[in-house]
Write a protein that binds this ligand. Structure first.
Ligand SMILES: [Zn+2]
Ligand SMILES: [Zn+2]
Length: 643
């Protein structure tokens, strides 16, 4: 029979399976063909194929491939745990961003048990079981198979109408929708990472389960790299580095509402300067709207009905108010202040708005998940035919901004969800989605499409940035909105004199500035580039007699607008260097007898190389250029990048 494998035609014996097709196409390396789609649908490897079937094999590097790899690995974890603790009750075990977990009832374990579990996993893997799918013909049959597990009974009731299936590998049998990898021998490295408590169904009124996190790879090298990355991430944790560098703090009196300290504000302000500079180039206007607005506004925007549990509300003079969780409604009121002509469009309105959103205290996480934050929001009003061009401009804007920090980005396009749940006509959606898609194509970026993942009020583009450790962070979004212009009855006067509805884009580039600040701390590991560095220059005196010249040097720096601190304490130079290094100071200028005599400086860079006899004006010229160009790399450094 003729089939297609990864778009190429192949001839295989009738009744061949995807497993045989993978062998036929020599896709037998552990990282290859971990999953397969047949005619666009994820399938198992042992189902016979038909004439004309189109197969696409997914590797471990593919997100869907990874999911199947990790989901199959979760079954292995559960199998090993049941061998060691036969009374544990398996519940669910999904893949996550990094690895997978499995939740168990009736299981108590600690870190001490991880090695034992890993050893048992190795045994299971060595047995190299084939995975077999079993389809239940009735709910009763499924319930009988999992008679001793109340959690599975509940899942069976929930999924009764979707068709019930299970997977077997050796003695282990688990309720599961699949699909799975064909065999377990692709799993070459396995590591149990941590355990935690988790409520059944995430509901604090239900039983507490034991969650076991683990990760697996098709080769040992990848596991090694991953564990190294975890170590690095731990060292860079902004929750530790931030306070250590005196950049910010979190206090019990305002949970989830960061205090930004003077040194942190140096970074913060430079971010804003960069943002405003770029917005000015692209002809944005900037506004500032109130933090607290009346209930009627939030009713009109819909937040009062759909978002109220996340809003901070108050009553004044018997009138209800809410602190804004988003900037959009304020900007809508601004737009309505005057009438607008088609000539004003695109009209780009920026706002750095301070918003508050209530988050459960358990969800708070340093600067990453907070209750009070600033959004670099912009609302852009355009005519329908301007969508593609405007989105392309935004994509370039975003790319440029992030590359200033050495953060490459990737884009995802989310299209229309179930039609019945959306507003806007078919033509609106088609035109908007085509505009977004066209702009993404024009940008030259690779992007993925999340079919049906858009909001009910319009399609969107998500922006993810990749940091120095290769981790992806969701930051900005571009969201097209059919709803708000309608709810606020926004108009512009077109060239034909008619009043028309503008299309509106919400765009946040940094997203939450607090969160982006946290990402930057970890990305640079506190070693900030000169232009945003909170500790760019520090002068260290060798002895008291060097203080007058040191003060002279400091004055010269300050005159040039360069932040500079002087360490003229009685400590030894070695100790002063150590202190400056802990602060990740970009440049340490040591002043001793020779420097006073020659009117020069001894310059120690962050990569710990000392350059003697440096002329002060030479140093100034170089760092001023470094600052002006927002360079990522020091002109004195020999390493390509310090991050
Ligand atoms: Zn499964
Ligand atoms: Zn908005």
């Amino acid at each position: 029979m003729k089939i297609k494998i990864n778009k190429k035609a192949h001839e295989l014996p009738d009744g061949s399976t995807p497993k045989e097709a993978a062998e036929h196409a020599h896709l037998t390396e552990p990282g290859q063909a971990v999953s397969v789609t047949v005619n666009g649908v994820l399938r198992d490897f042992n189902v016979p194929l038909k004439e004309g079937d189109e197969l696409v094999f997914l590797n471990f590097d593919d997100p869907q491939g990874k999911d199947v790899f990790w989901h199959t690995s979760a079954h292995v974890l559960a199998q090993a745990i049941l061998r060691l603790w036969p009374n544990a009750q398996p519940t669910i075990g999904p893949p996550i961003e990094q690895g997978f977990y499995y939740d168990f009832g009736n299981l108590t374990i600690s870190d001490q048990d991880f090695e034992k579990i890993e050893k048992e996993v190795e045994k299971v893997l060595a047995e190299n079981h084939k995975t077999q799918r079993v389809d239940f013909t009735s709910v009763a049959e499924a319930k009988k198979a999992f008679a001793h597990n109340p959690f599975k009974q509940e899942l069976i009731d929930q999924f009764a109408n979707d068709g019930l299936s299970a997977y077997r590998q050796g003695e282990f049998f688990d309720l599961c929708r699949g699909p799975h990898m064909a065999a377990l021998n692709k799993i070459k490295a396995f590591k149990v990472l941590k355990t935690s408590g988790a409520y059944w169904r995430g509901d604090s009124a239900r039983p507490m389960l034991t969650r076991v996190y683990a990760i697996s790879f098709p080769d040992r090298k990848q596991l090694k790299e991953y564990l190294h990355m975890l170590e690095e991430a731990k060292k860079r944790d902004h929750k530790i580095l931030g306070p250590a560098l005196d950049l910010f703090s979190l206090k019990e009196e305002a949970p989830g509402m960061p205090f930004i300290h003077p040194h942190g504000l140096i970074i913060w302000n430079q971010l804003i300067v960069l943002l405003r500079e770029m917005q000015k180039e692209d002809k944005y206007i900037e506004i500032k709207t109130p933090t607290m607005m009346s209930k009627e506004l939030w009713e009109r925007s819909g937040h009062w009905f759909h978002y109220r549990e996340n809003m901070y509300t108050s009553q004044i003079e018997e009138r209800d108010f809410a602190i804004k969780p988003m900037n959009c409604p304020g900007c809508m009121l601004f737009y309505r202040t005057t009438t607008h002509s088609y000539r004003e469009l695109p009209m780009r309105v920026a706002e750095i708005g301070h918003v508050h959103r209530f988050e459960a205290s358990g969800a708070l996480n340093g600067l990453f998940r907070v209750r009070s934050f600033h959004q670099d929001d912009s609302h852009i009003f355009i005519r329908p035919e301007q969508i593609r061009e405007e989105i392309l401009r935004l994509l370039k804007f975003i790319d440029k901004l992030y590359m200033t920090f050495g953060l490459p980005c990737r884009f995802g396009l989310s299209t229309r969800p179930d039609k019945t749940k959306t507003i806007g006509s078919d033509e609106d959606w088609e035109m908007a989605t085509a505009g977004l898609r066209g702009a993404l194509d024009d940008s030259g970026h690779v992007y993925h499409v999340n079919e049906g993942d858009g909001a009910f009020y319009g399609p969107k583009i998500d922006i993810q940035i990749r940091d120095a450790l290769g981790r992806f962070w969701q930051c900005g979004t571009i969201q097209l909105d059919f709803a708000l212009p309608q709810k606020f009855d926004l108009n512009y006067v077109d060239s034909d004199g008619e009043h028309k509805r503008p299309i509106m884009l919400h765009c946040a580039v940094l997203g939450s500035i607090e969160r982006f600040f946290g990402v930057l701390i970890e990305h640079f590991s506190g070693k900030f580039p000169f232009w945003i560095s909170p500790y760019p220059v520090r002068i260290l005196t060798v002895a008291d007699r060097h203080i007058p010249f040191a003060q002279e040097v400091m004055k010269t720096m300050h005159k040039a607008g360069i932040l500079c601190e002087l360490d003229d304490t009685a400590e030894s130079v070695g100790k002063k260097v150590r202190t400056a290094q802990l602060l990740k100071t970009n440049y340490m200028l040591t002043i001793g007898d020779k420097e006073v005599e020659n009117k020069t400086i001894a310059l120690r860079t962050r990569d710990n190389v000392v350059h003697y006899d440096i002329d002060i004006s030479d140093f100034l010229a170089k760092v001023l250029h470094e600052r002006e160009t927002r360079a990522l790399m020091s002109p004195f450094s020999t390493a390509p990048r310090e991050i």
